[in-house]
Design a protein. Structure first.
Length: 193
């Protein structure tokens, strides 16, 4: 079986995996505590907050739409594909949040779609990193380091368990992969007003 089909099967099986997902494990608790403990060092909490801010839905979508609206040809195309990847990641993450209703390390949330599993910030960051790095290969390492930092920041701020972040990264990579595979259709799409 080709690698892309294995990846798509894994991506599509996430809802089944998520629905049967256990409550936080000792691994989750230990790694979350260790990463959150780094806040005792001067400036770490500010870095966590900054990384979380730049990876919010509004910011990620804003970057992609800005690239689409104002970028030269390559950047315009990257922005369109990144927007599609972001939308895919966000829809997938929100459905899984609603299905699992997993409590955050910081405690319960008001609405199911705000639950812990998976990390929406991380899925958006990894989707963006994947799609943009396909157009700008030199940015690959910095983009994935940044996306990883986003995931760590979500753990450090007690918003997610480690497995939430890993799942978010997988969803983001899957959404980015799917957007790149559908690039031709995405780029030919025109909004008619």
């Amino acid at each position: 079986m080709k690698m892309r089909y294995k990846f798509i099967i894994l991506f599509l099986s996430l809802p089944v995996i998520a629905y049967s997902f256990p409550p936080p494990t000792s691994f989750d608790r230990n790694t979350t505590e260790a990463i959150a403990d780094l806040k005792k060092y001067n400036g770490v909490e500010t870095i966590y907050e900054g990384l979380s801010f730049i990876s919010s839905n509004e910011m990620i979508l804003g970057y992609a739409l800005f690239m689409t609206a104002f970028g030269e040809s390559t950047m315009h195309n990257a922005g369109k594909v990144a927007t599609a990847g972001f939308i895919s990641a966000e829809i997938t993450a929100t459905i899984l949040k609603f299905a699992t209703n997993r409590e955050r390390p910081s405690g319960p949330v008001k609405h199911r779609w705000q639950s812990s599993f998976p990390s929406g910030h991380t899925s958006s960051a990894f989707s963006m990193a994947y799609t943009i790095s396909k157009y700008y290969p030199r940015w690959r390492i910095p983009l994935f380091v940044l996306a990883t930092g986003v995931g760590i920041s979500r753990i450090g701020l007690n918003q997610h368990w480690t497995t939430d972040v890993v799942a978010g990264a997988i969803i983001g990579l899957g959404s980015g992969f799917l957007a790149v595979k559908l690039e031709e259709k995405i780029l030919s799409f025109r909004l008619k007003l």
